[in-house]
Design a protein around this ligand. Structure first.
Ligand SMILES: [Zn+2]
Ligand SMILES: [Zn+2]
Length: 267
């Protein structure tokens, strides 16, 4: 069976994605997907980084729009309600309240902030030349996220490589410890194909890089493949390649979600 679900769609509400939501859904139908899930960037308190995410006042509208699309496309494709939640240490209560308000099908947890003021684009500046320190902090945050119980799916595991540093030998221990934490937490990890689109990466691969996907498979961490589409034609991006890779690695199943319950389907 092919990959059936793409759970990581953005919408123009986040101000850096383009195209009407319907076009994402229609593209998913054309590709033969069974499920397509929106997971736009969540609002944060005090309008923190609101230039790349929806406003708090827009969250109701977002949920309504996804629900409306689910109804309109029923029988053709299942439109799922998700959220990409930025984890920030100290905001657990705020995030917990935000999640409790709506009937999410799944929550994708991301690390874009190493602390309140240090968002992803500023990482290279802050950690100039010290990739090891950057990864140490980054993976510490990801382990906190895994333990927090707030999310169902860990987003783009090694996105810190956008800083220009690839995780190497000296990060191996942190990578293994973080995967172990995800396994212990009993949550899922995405293979995020947007890495193939990010031409600034020294070695374009998905997030996480394929050698880390293999490690996750060995540990038995449930996986899902997501495109992180910020435009309709990015839906299902590189899914064929991922399917071939996973089957070669004898990965027999992938995760799907409904009302925050995970089941597995055969690949
Ligand atoms: Zn985005
Ligand atoms: Zn992200």
């Amino acid at each position: 069976m092919p990959i059936q679900c793409d759970y990581h769609m953005h919408t123009p509400l986040c101000k850096h994605a383009t195209g009407p939501m319907e076009d994402y859904v229609q593209h998913g139908i054309e590709l033969g997907l069974r499920e397509i899930g929106f997971a736009d960037h969540n609002p944060l308190p005090n309008r923190l980084s609101n230039n790349v995410r929806m406003e708090e006042a827009e969250l109701d509208y977002y949920v309504e729009r996804v629900t409306e699309l689910r109804f309109r496309y029923r029988g053709k494709i299942d439109v799922m309600l998700g959220l990409e939640m930025d984890y920030i240490e100290g905001l657990e209560d705020y995030l917990g309240r935000q999640l409790a308000k709506y009937p999410w099908d799944y929550v994708i947890g991301s690390i874009h902030f190493l602390d309140n003021a240090c968002r992803e684009p500023s990482w290279p500046r802050k950690y100039a030349g010290d990739g090891h320190a950057l990864y140490a902090r980054y993976f510490e945050r990801m382990q906190q996220l895994a333990r927090s119980g707030l999310c169902d799916i860990i987003a783009h595991f090694d996105v810190a490589k956008r800083s220009g540093h690839l995780p190497g030998e000296s990060e191996a221990e942190d990578v293994t410890a973080t995967l172990q934490e995800i396994k212990t937490a009993g949550i899922c990890m995405e293979i995020n194909t947007s890495g193939y689109r990010h031409s600034e990466l020294p070695d374009p691969q998905p997030y996480p890089m394929l050698s880390i996907v293999e490690q996750a498979l060995t540990l038995g961490i449930p996986l899902t493949v997501n495109s992180d589409a910020h435009a309709p034609d990015q839906v299902g991006f590189k899914f064929r390649e991922m399917e071939t890779f996973l089957k070669r690695k004898t990965c027999g199943q992938l995760a799907k979600f409904d009302q925050r319950k995970r089941t597995m389907y055969a690949l």
